[in-house]
Design a protein around this ligand. Structure first.
Ligand SMILES: [Zn+2]
Length: 247
């Protein structure tokens, strides 16, 4: 027998193998990303069934044998089942998990990112906040945690503080009317206003803001463009925009 390890984690991804088994990708604030086997999980009487779905968040007991982990116990904290009742919210929740799954490294604990993910999933299932806004907030904050916070106060090319009408991922921030390079999206003053709010306010206060539906769409599209530039090879982020019907 190997050694038992107890961790708190959320399931980012599941892959079926054999008749009844699954490989799960977990994200734990204590150990970062970790791949585990869940055996016999699809059998009707398996006590661990609840642990093998995406969004399952709880305490996992893992058995470690020669560097491989197997789930032997699970105590559920939350399943985020409400997300399954709304296609848009489920799609965007899947996007958040997918972004984390591709970008997080094994053995790199990240409590801040973990809390951001749980907070945003919680807001996502809550009908009071526009789903696209929640996803945009997550993506912008996600970029910041990986060191890609955009410059928002002056043109990232010429330092001019007026006429900031573009966001350029390759420049790493906003650009003025004279500095449009080939890699940018046009942004309205409203979009820039809300981006500054997202980066300056605590998360609870961000979600008290109520942008209009048009502004939500622009923020979401802009956040996807910006995130895709840094993580594009790893995340098929544009698929989610199409699914969400925003372009
Ligand atoms: Zn400029």
């Amino acid at each position: 027998m190997g050694e038992a390890v107890k961790i708190q984690a959320i399931v980012l991804k599941k892959v079926d193998y054999k008749d009844a088994d699954r490989v799960l990708t977990l994200f734990s604030p204590q150990v970062g990303k970790i791949i585990v086997s869940a055996k016999g999980i699809k059998k009707q009487n398996s006590k661990l069934r609840a642990s093998s779905e995406v969004f399952a968040f709880g305490t996992f007991v893992l058995n470690e044998t020669r560097g491989r982990y197997t789930v032997t116990g699970y105590d559920s904290i939350d399943s985020f089942h409400e997300l399954r009742e709304d296609f848009d919210r489920l799609s965007l929740g899947a996007l958040l998990l997918n972004v984390c799954e591709k970008a997080i490294a094994p053995n790199e604990p990240d409590l801040e990112l973990f809390n951001l993910l749980l907070n945003c999933l919680d807001y996502l299932r809550n009908g009071n906040v526009e789903a696209g806004f929640t996803a945009a907030v997550f993506l912008f904050k996600f970029c910041e945690l990986f060191g890609y916070k955009p410059e928002m106060n002056e043109c990232a090319q010429c330092a001019k503080e007026q006429d900031l009408i573009y966001l350029s991922a390759s420049l790493g921030g906003v650009a003025c009317v004279n500095c449009n390079n080939n890699d940018h999206v046009a942004i309205t003053g409203g979009c820039l206003y809300y981006m500054r709010k997202i980066y300056s306010l605590p998360i609870k206060e961000i979600f008290l803001i109520k942008p209009t539906q048009t502004q939500v769409k622009e923020l979401y599209r802009t956040a996807c463009y910006y995130t895709a530039y840094f993580f594009d090879e790893k995340i098929k982020i544009m698929d989610y925009i199409t699914k969400y019907g925003l372009i």
